[in-house]
Design a protein around this ligand. Structure first.
Ligand code: CUA
Length: 229
């Protein structure tokens, strides 16, 4: 999760988020190079005294400074497209989780396991445990197996919400009347926090998401306990 003064991206917990971070760093590097070059040129304009009374056109330089930026943009566009297609790929998921946005909470359904279902509400500040995270912890966490392909189906019951987990590189809108899907692969155990990221009403800030990533046998134990109850 994000902690104080963390202005960058969170540490990745999935291969796709790792690729998103690589792409971010790549794009930022190009951005810095352009900014430095243009900044230097603009700054140097203050100090040159060159005047040419007969200058009317410069075909060659116009060609160069039109085509060069287009080529630079390609170096961003092609990796961006590659990532976009990866993000849409569904790789034979072993678990499907359905998540329904409500005003203002999330409901979850494990359709593969006799439809285990539960609601997930934020824990209010006055009920928070001493080691809890304010506005981020929930009463019922999602439990998912690590090292497995997981499909997530997202929809909403009232207005548009967005199911977003930064560490996993997942951000899918939940829209009433539609069912969106994406997939992810959690490559380590731990707690992963997320929040709704569509402005959905008064308590938009208070419908967080918590994923508990556990080894597969722990997950099987957890799901079988919930199927029986
Ligand atoms: Cu739900 Cu914002």
């Amino acid at each position: 999760m994000s902690t104080w003064a963390n202005l960058g991206l969170q540490d990745s917990a999935s291969p796709l988020m790792e690729q998103l971070i690589f792409f971010h760093d790549h794009a930022l590097l190009i951005l810095v190079m352009i900014t430095v070059l243009v900044g230097y040129l603009m700054f140097m304009l203050f100090f040159n005294n060159y005047i040419n009374r007969f200058l009317l056109h410069g075909q060659l330089i116009e060609m160069i400074w039109t085509i060069l930026p287009a080529i630079i943009l390609l170096f961003i566009a092609l990796p961006s497209l590659r990532l976009l297609y990866w993000l849409h790929e569904i790789n034979e998921p072993s678990v499907t989780l359905k998540s329904i946005g409500q005003q203002w909470s999330w409901s979850y359904e494990y359709s593969d396991f006799h439809n285990v279902e539960f609601d997930s509400y934020m824990i209010p500040t006055n009920e928070l445990a001493n080691d809890g995270f304010d506005s981020l912890d929930v009463d019922n966490r999602i439990v998912l197996p690590m090292n497995s392909q997981i499909r997530i189906l997202v929809t909403a019951a009232d207005v548009i919400h967005s199911w977003t987990i930064p560490a996993l590189g997942v951000k899918v809108d939940g829209t009433p009347g539609r069912l969106n899907q994406t997939n992810f692969f959690i490559n380590r155990p731990g707690l992963f926090y997320g929040q709704c990221s569509e402005i959905c009403g008064a308590n938009h800030s208070f419908m967080p998401i918590v994923i508990e990533s556990v080894p597969v046998n722990y997950f099987i134990k957890w799901i079988s306990n919930n199927v029986n109850s």
